[in-house]
Ligand binder design. Structure first.
Ligand code: CTP
Ligand code: CA
Length: 216
C-alpha cells in the first residue's frame, strides 16, 4: 500500500506557441499517465497529476490535477510539488524545443517560405534529478526506435532516474494513440520485459514494481 505517500506525475503533451493560434505539439494522449495516476491512487497514494492538454478527466478523490500548456508551465508546477513527493513519474511527452519567440499576432502567409527558430526546452526530469534526495524514487519514460537499451540506460544516468519505462515500437498496438502498450522496465542492474497489454494493466505492472523496489 502507498497510504501516506505522495506521487508527482507528469502526463500528456506540451504545446509550444508559435503565435496566438498555432503551436508545436505531439500526439501524446496522456492515457498512460492518467492510468498510472489512477493506479497509484487505488493503492492509497495522494497524486499530483501535472498534465498538458489532453481529452481525459479523472474523478478520483486522491488525484489533484493541474492543467498546463507549455513545458515551462509544466516545470513551474512540478517544482512546487517536487520536494514533498516520495515518487516522481515523468510520463509527459514534453516538446524538446519551443519557438524562440512566439509572435504576438497571427502570422500572415506573406512569404513563400518561412522558418521558425527553435530553442531547447527545460529538461524537467533531468533538472529534478539534480535535487533528488536519497529517499525519493524517480521514474522516466523512453520511446526509442534504435539502440533502445543503450538509450534507456543513458537516460537513467543522465536524469538520475531509478527506473526507465521503455516503450516498444516493435509491436503494432503499442505507444501513442493505442489503449495497449508493451514495455520493458530498465533499471541500473536489471531489465524486465512485459507482454503487450492494456495501459491500465501496464500501469499495474509499473506501480507494483515501484512498490517492490521502494518498500520490499
Ligand atoms: N523529459 C522531461 N523534460 C523534457 C524532455 C523529456 O521531463 N524536456 C522526460 C520525459 O517525460 C521522459 C524522459 O524525460 O520521462 C525521457 O524523454 P525522452 O523524450 O525520451 O528523452 P530526451 O531527453 O528528450 O531525449 P531524446 O528525445 O533526444 O531521445
Ligand atoms: Ca524528447
Amino acid at each position: 500500500m502507498l497510504k501516506g505517500k505522495k506521487v508527482l506525475l507528469t502526463a500528456g503533451p506540451t504545446y509550444e506557441p508559435i503565435d496566438p493560434v498555432r503551436f508545436i505539439g505531439n500526439h501524446s494522449t496522456g492515457k498512460m499517465g492518467f492510468a498510472l495516476a489512477e493506479e497509484f491512487a487505488e493503492k492509497g497514494a495522494e497524486v499530483i497529476l501535472v498534465s498538458g492538454p489532453v481529452n481525459l478527466k479523472t474523478f478520483h478523490p486522491q488525484i489533484h490535477t493541474v492543467s498546463v500548456m507549455t513545458a515551462d508551465e509544466m516545470f513551474a508546477e512540478v517544482q512546487k510539488y517536487a520536494a514533498e513527493a516520495d515518487i516522481w513519474v515523468f510520463a509527459a511527452a514534453v516538446a524538446d524545443y519551443k519557438p524562440k519567440q512566439a509572435a504576438g499576432t497571427k502570422i500572415k502567409k506573406d512569404s513563400d517560405s518561412f522558418s521558425i527558430e527553435l530553442v531547447k526546452n527545460v529538461d524537467i526530469a533531468a533538472t529534478l534529478g539534480k535535487q533528488k534526495k536519497p529517499n525519493q524514487f524517480s521514474v522516466g519514460f523512453a520511446l526509442e526506435t534504435n539502440n533502445e537499451l543503450v538509450h534507456a540506460q543513458q537516460k537513467l544516468q543522465k536524469k538520475n532516474l531509478d527506473m526507465v519505462i521503455l516503450n516498444s515500437l516493435q509491436d503494432a498496438g503499442a505507444g501513442f494513440k493505442h489503449d495497449t502498450n508493451k514495455i520493458s522496465i530498465v533499471e541500473r542492474d536489471k531489465i524486465t520485459n512485459f507482454e503487450l497489454k492494456a495501459k491500465t494493466a501496464v500501469a499495474q505492472d509499473i506501480v507494483r514494481t515501484i512498490m517492490e523496489r521502494m518498500y520490499a
